[in-house]
Design a protein around this ligand. Structure first.
Ligand code: HEC
Length: 719
């Protein structure tokens, strides 16, 4: 594809907006894009109208900025960051977590801040705060929340300890020892007045730190309050756990981000599952406040209300996005609501003051045939409206029909797996379920002023197979250390036969020929795109793994019921708070022999849902596999990672697809009115803003996810 490179003449920075124009709930302005999600309500709505469905075809590349640091050999390219724009300056991060400021009209770099850290992880965005001349960017690198001067790019050394605050703060001294456990934050927090409220990203195994919500002072970096998402003795909700479970159970974190209603002074967020994912033998009970939508007083952290979506989660159904605070009309009355969408595709529309569901919800009995020692919760809630974004169950009728071979291939596997119910507890035989990786994912969604929600979603069934600790230990006893490490840590994604999975996870067969030892070492140490870092692997562990990958002995692929792969518990000398009796052994997309989804398309969609009525207005497949389209297969949609923005002129801009395109969609008709082939995948959320009377549409084009590398930020504008 040709990649056009346009530079628009230097523009003088836009005149300063007053502070109140950056108010989250003020949707009338919209020149800026001052917060993650467009505003602190996470509406991803911009009132700008210059680009409309008539002239959108004339969009051109306005500027391109290469964000990544090629001197750092992480090899990482994926950029999940949804940048922000304040007063004509765009703030974003690179794959190596450098922070930069650009002239938002030209892409010219104003400054770059390079934190010293060997921790590389995803970063989805940064926060802006100002008071007079004191202008700050806050963002997370490794376990630290940094405060950087937004004008100069210098560290604000009066914040925390020489410019940074340790995100382990407030986790210590209550439950278990947490200081060496993995704690970071891949999504930004949210700022209310002088308080920054932070979620976290953690391990989801037995070594998980607790996911308490913490608030820090924006000026000093000092801890202000802690909300125990896993209640302590004497706190409400403690009774939904076994006694003292909080001493060893972690998780129940908010990794998807938070929203704040500045008028009410209330912060809203969705939580994830408790540790360990997929096995809850040590946590009998409903497990509050896991898998909840929670409202806290932003100033104090005091609980206002909660609504639990899933009891005793055994399926890793974390809430992946910040709630969207919008307003709907019901019986002629305006009603402020909080909209939380899940990986399971359910859309929870709740009253913002009470947490009460706007639409009917039913509690129904669900299967309780769990693994030995498990206590599946006997009932679950079913939201009756809007209907979930994707099917909840795979039936034989749903199996792929893109070719007879594909159908025969998946049918055989399908017959071996348990699929009786959407809340079927995990098993050793294998379960086929939706909801591990969207439904909705971290890219978020957009709502219009008229209460219509635009949400992209994945229609991907996953195979989950568990293995007992005892069986796994026996199996591992006969293998080489490198092989064991591989099976425990790498096989869930790269496969026990190393051939990768679908179009998302690369094969590691022959990786020794493509990558040097030091590159492989760095990838494991620091992560790379969707590939997580393995901070707990020692030098010796990494050496053993590299030896194993290089000598390239292939374990023959066996798709029968044999237990020969991994479990999520790392081999390490670290003392984990707790070791579960069962581990996830296989966790992979249910695909055909070529890596396409094992079900009939669509595999990825964009939906418009009228939240006033709970009805779907339209659904389109989003993204295509050109090689399938050529064969005459209707556009299938692809998995999407990244999200939409909706504008005052009725356009939705979204990239996120495997075909590496950005599209504009007419919000009324659901028709694609513009598309552009990006130089690499734009697995990020699109933003829009205005500088000097000109509207721009911008996004990070990081590439990665097993596809080609990128590393750019790009902006589009009319000529
Ligand atoms: C959660 C899924 C996941 C796990 C677990 C995982 N990887 Fe990866 N890995 C990926 C993805 C996705 C990529 C592609 C990264 C990208 O381009 O964004 C990747 C890329 C790699 C690469 C680079 C491949 C290339 O073609 O250049 C190496 C080497 C690698 N992984 C090794 C490992 C090892 C060793 C382990 C275990 C210690 C491991 N991975 C565990 C998902 C995973």
């Amino acid at each position: 594809m040709t990649f056009r490179f346009f530079i628009i003449g230097l523009l003088i920075l836009a005149s300063c907006n007053s502070a109140d124009q950056k108010d989250a709930s003020d949707l009338e302005t919209g020149k800026d894009y001052p917060a993650y999600g467009g505003n602190k309500a996470n509406n991803r709505y911009s009132p700008l109208t210059q680009i409309n469905s008539e002239n959108v075809k004339d969009l051109q590349v306005a500027w391109t900025y290469f964000a990544n640091d090629t001197t750092k050999k992480s090899g990482r390219r994926e950029i999940q960051c949804q940048p922000i724009v304040v007063d004509g300056i765009l703030y974003g991060t690179s794959a190596e977590l450098n922070l930069f400021a650009l002239n938002a009209a030209t892409g010219e770099q104003l400054w770059k801040f390079e934190p010293i850290s060997d921790k590389i992880h995803s970063n989805r965005g940064v926060m802006y705060w100002e008071n007079g001349d004191d202008k700050r960017i806050l963002y997370t690198v490794g376990s630290f929340l940094f405060a950087v001067n937004a004008v100069t790019g210098e560290l604000i050394t009066t914040f925390g300890d020489q410019g940074k605050t340790d995100l382990h703060e407030g986790l210590e001294g209550v439950g278990h020892e947490t200081k060496d456990l993995h704690v970071t934050s891949t999504s930004p927090g949210v700022i209310y007045e002088n308080t920054v409220v932070m979620g976290s990203s953690l391990s989801e195994g037995g070594d998980a730190a607790p996911g308490y919500i913490r608030a820090f002072d924006v000026i000093t970096g000092k801890l202000k309050w802690v909300f125990h998402t896993i209640p302590q003795p004497g706190e409400p909700g403690y009774e939904t756990w076994p006694q003292d479970a909080y001493k060893k159970i972690g998780g129940v974190n908010c990794w998807g981000g938070l929203s704040v209603d500045e008028k009410r002074g209330v912060v809203y967020f969705g939580t994830g599952s408790p540790s360990s994912d997929f096995y809850g033998g040590a946590r009998e009970g409903a497990n509050l406040y896991a898998n909840c939508i929670v409202a806290l007083e932003a100033e104090t952290g005091k609980l206002k209300w909660y609504s639990q979506a899933i009891r005793h989660d055994l399926w890793d159904r974390d809430f992946p996005i910040p709630p969207n605070l919008t307003t709907i009309t019901q019986n002629g009355k305006r009603r402020d609501v909080v909209v939380q969408v899940g990986k399971d595709g359910y859309i929870h529309v709740l009253d913002r003051d009470t947490g009460e569901s706007i639409f009917p919800v039913e509690e129904r009995p669900v299967p309780t045939n769990g693994l030995p020692g498990e206590h599946p919760y006997p009932t679950q809630k079913f939201v009756l409206k809007p209907k979930p974004l994707m099917k909840q169950l795979v039936t034989e009728d749903d199996l792929t029909d893109i070719s007879p071979e594909a159908n025969a291939f998946v049918k055989q596997r399908f017959q071996e797996l348990k699929t009786a119910h959407q809340y079927q507890p995990p098993s050793e035989k294998g379960t086929l379920l939706y909801g591990y990786s969207g439904g909705a994912e971290w890219g978020g969604n957009a709502t219009d002023l008229d209460g219509v929600l635009y949400q992209n979603s994945n229609h991907v069934p996953w195979e989950l197979t568990m293995i007992s600790k005892k069986e796994r230990d026996e199996e591992l006893a006969s293998l080489s250390p490198g092989n064991i490490l591989y099976l425990k840590n790498c096989a869930p994604c790269h496969g026990k036969d190393r051939i990768g999975n679908s179009t998302v996870i690369p094969s590691l067969v022959d990786v020794g020929k493509r990558r040097t030892e030091s590159e492989m070492n760095n990838i494991m140490k620091s992560g790379n795109g969707r590939m997580p870092a393995f901070p707990y692997l020692s030098d010796d562990h990494r050496k053993a793994l590299i030896g194993y990958l290089k000598n390239n002995e292939i374990i023959p692929p066996k798709r029968d019921n044999e237990h020969s792969t991994k479990a999520s518990e790392p081999i390490s000398n670290a003392e984990f708070p707790y070791v579960p009796d069962y581990f996830m052994q296989v966790w992979q997309r249910f695909t055909d022999q070529n890596g396409y989804m094992g079900i009939k398309p669509p595999w990825g969609t964009l939906d418009a849902i009228d939240l006033n009525t709970g009805e779907y207005l339209w659904t389109i497949p989003l993204g295509e596999f050109p090689e399938l389209t050529k064969k005459g297969i209707p556009i299938t949609g692809t998995e999407t990672y990244g999200g939409p923005v909706v504008t005052g002129s009725g356009l939705i801009f979204i990239a996120s697809t495997r075909d590496e395109r950005i599209r504009a969609i007419d919000k009324k008709s659901g028709k694609v009115v513009w598309e552009y082939q990006l130089p690499a995948g734009g697995f990020s959320t699109v933003i829009t803003y205005e500088v000097e009377g000109k509207q721009y549409v911008a996004l990070a084009v990081g590439g990665g996810r097993g596809a080609k590398p990128g590393g750019w930020y790009m902006a589009f504008a009319l000529k």
